[in-house]
Unconditional design. Sequence first.
Lengths: 270, 399
Amino acid sequence: MSVLTPFRLDTAVGAVTVRRGGSGGPAPLVYLHSASGEGASVPMLEDLADDRAVVAPEFPGFGDSEGLDRIEDIEDAAFHLLDVLDRLGLASADLVGMSLGGWMAAELAVRWPERVRRLVLVNAVGLYVEGSPITEIFGRPLDELAGELFADPEFPLAQLMRELAKAEQDPSAVPFELLRPMLQAQAATAKLGWRPYLHDPKLPGRLGRIAAPTLVVHGVRDGIVPAAHARAYAEAIPDARLVELDHAAHLAVLERPVELAALVREHVGT
Amino acid sequence: MRFFSFHLMPYPDLPAGYDGPAWITCPNRFYDPALGAQLYNRYIDELLYAEELGFDGVCVNEHHQNAYGTMPSPNLIAAVLARQTSRVRIAVVGNALPLYDPPTRVAEEFAMLDCISGGRLIAGMVVGGGPEYYSFSLNPAQARERFAEAHDLIIRAWTEPGPFEFIGKHYKLRYVNPWPRPLQQPHPEVWIPGAGSVETVEFVARHRYAYMGIPYFHIDMFDRMFSLMREACRSEGYEADPLQLGWLVPIFVAETDSEARRRYEEHFWYFVRRLLPGINISPPGYTSVRSVENIVKGLRSFALHLQSWDEVVAGQYAIVGSPETVTELLTANIERLGVGNLLGLFQLGTLPAQDTRRNLELFASEVMPRLRDRFGATTVAGAPGAGSAPGAGVAEVAR
């Protein structure tokens, strides 16, 4: 397992944190995190960094990344990520996007297909599928949400969320410092995905522009994004294949790092 | 000192078996339009009665898709009041500005109300409650920005000759030129309700408007809110006029203390346990993380957490008792808080019509005169918020 080291990167909207580790490989792998803002410790990335360069930018509004005040919607997000690629000198990268990050990766890939060598979308939001709504994530009790994000109720983060849920009954039960990152992450996500709810009506018509071979992963126990969304991505992207991951819920990157790393390696090569 | 009768127009008939929130997702099959038809007319009568009894004003407010307050359009109720009253100030507290797009709609409707009422409108402006951002699918991350921009647009629409162009971040209007213009010049008195967020208090102080403390908190919270407001005014280089401060509180008067509690308590608990749940929903980005921290701390003193009547009494969440008791409690609090506007909720939850009327009568005949003796009669000329200096007040009404 290689360690990812954080550094600050100045961008057009403000300074953001980027984590970087490993070297070589077929192309640099850029990981775009979910609405949970997982960044500091993602074992799957440390694993992948053993045989390639891995870069994980933290989106404005998450952690201590600045610039959310200059980002209004998903298109601004795509332009920000293009800016990040430029400043990191990445002419072409393998993009892996988790949930919200998957949506951003798709928005980037439809606009600048030449910048994406391989694409992996894990339980990506971004589409509206009639009859298969994305579960409400805003303002939901954290213990309920934990059951939709994780397949195993004993997974440490699921347990933490159930602990934090107690704060909703008695604010003094939980130190505010524990809640702060989650509130920040929710606020940043709301800015991009409150309305339309976690999708871009223009995205489906543009998915045909994606040139990269694409792997679409759906966690079969995902309680947030229904399987129909993965199918819709896989059908609309010209060179895409769909893989259903058993025992995985929404945050598959965290809960099933070994299986997912294997799928990523198989798709992007070594 | 000015006395207002504030009505929420609550829905008093949620099914006994329903224990969900009264907001956003409370199923609207529970709303019985036949009952609603009676309620609107009854509630309007209760507001009209306040004028007859000598109140200085009446207040209505805006909420959507909920059982707590059934006035999605307070302007409609205010229009009825404008015609059916002749003397009282009509305070719409307020219009949730980000819910009107373009917000020149507010400038227009408020100007209509001001003209129809002969210059009696008080123009309340609010960000809108957290639940409204769900009910309107409006991005909460833009709530404060939209409010500030809409406010500027409305004030300009009232005070600058039209047509002019307004190109803001959220509103882009090539022709701003509202007909009618408000009767009160330069514009009606402006009230802003708030729950103690520093940003709101500073905004109100800067514009020399009046700040209405949002109710259902422990009395100490109001003390902090109004101290904050006075400090903010001092930072702007002036002393807050008491008429820039309003305290909104449930009030119930009966012949004796025990009679008051006996008649009132169950209706109060219906309000707290059935209508308040859900009001405190704060969508992500609606307030800064720093403010959320304060709000989380403050929540413990919010009425939603009340368990016993002793706590209600101790925190003065409602002022309930004989005329003597109510006079005494209100006197002490008005002195402590330094407010010049008392906004009473005389109907709450399931409180029936007869009890509401009796409550209003006893308050008007037994309590209000004593408070007027103590704190002075209305000085409308001193009302804040319409001029550039405190006390410049509600400017002349051209009749």
